[in-house]
Design a protein around this ligand. Structure first.
Ligand SMILES: [Mg+2]
Length: 207
């Protein structure tokens, strides 16, 4: 964690706020479509979204080659859902939202690309953490993770106090989930989960 390339732009802790770490690729922006298009062009293949049924679907060497190209131009990614900036802003008003990625992006280009998509520091999120050490995400100081990486399911089995909202994709759809992992199918699922829980607590408190 100490060696992580951490950019803490603002961190404030307040009571009753949850610290939420949102993944970038496959949760905020549509990494997979851009990657797939570059891959199909380069290797003259016709891979479709539904084909990517494993986390390590692509051959390693090819993956690394295309990954470098894809991450060099973060401004070419589009949002998974056009309303994500609004959803993030709502979450960040109530809780503490960070973006946590292992992605190998140039920092300034990444921040700039997010801004162009309407995702700004201090408004939609408070800190951008780019970790190049491979530290398991659940070792970071967050309560809830929103991520599409099925390897985090095992991390959550070890750390049962951590909570994962697993963003549904073909590469994680067959995973069996423990109690502290919930599958979400879109961003409105995510928002509903947060605010239904709050509403329930509020109602129960009044009984
Ligand atoms: Mg991801």
């Amino acid at each position: 964690m100490k060696e992580a390339d951490v950019i803490v732009l603002k961190t404030i802790r307040e009571e009753n706020q949850m610290r939420i770490a949102i993944d970038l690729d496959g949760v905020i922006w549509d990494f997979q479509s851009r990657f797939m298009n570059l891959y199909n062009q380069e290797y003259n293949e016709n891979i479709q979204y539904e084909d990517m049924i494993r986390w390590d679907f692509y051959p390693k060497k090819r993956w690394e080659h295309i990954y470098k190209r894809a991450t060099k131009q973060p401004y070419k990614f589009s949002l998974i859902d056009i309303a994500i900036p609004i959803y993030m802003r709502i979450l960040n008003l109530r809780h503490k939202v960070s973006i946590l990625t292992h992605g190998n992006y140039p920092v300034l280009a990444l921040k700039d690309s997010l801004e162009k998509l309407g995702i700004e520091v201090g408004r939609e999120y408070n800190e951008l953490i780019i970790d190049h050490t491979g530290t398991p995400k659940t070792e970071f100081d967050f309560d809830i993770f929103i991520d599409d990486n099925p390897n985090m399911i095992n991390e959550c089995m070890i750390r049962s106090q951590k909570f994962l909202l697993l963003y549904n994709h073909p590469w994680n759809k067959n995973s069996v989930l423990p109690k502290n992992v919930i599958r979400v199918y879109n961003w409105s699922d995510i928002i509903c989960l947060f605010f239904t829980k709050e509403l329930n607590e509020h109602t129960e408190g009044k009984k």
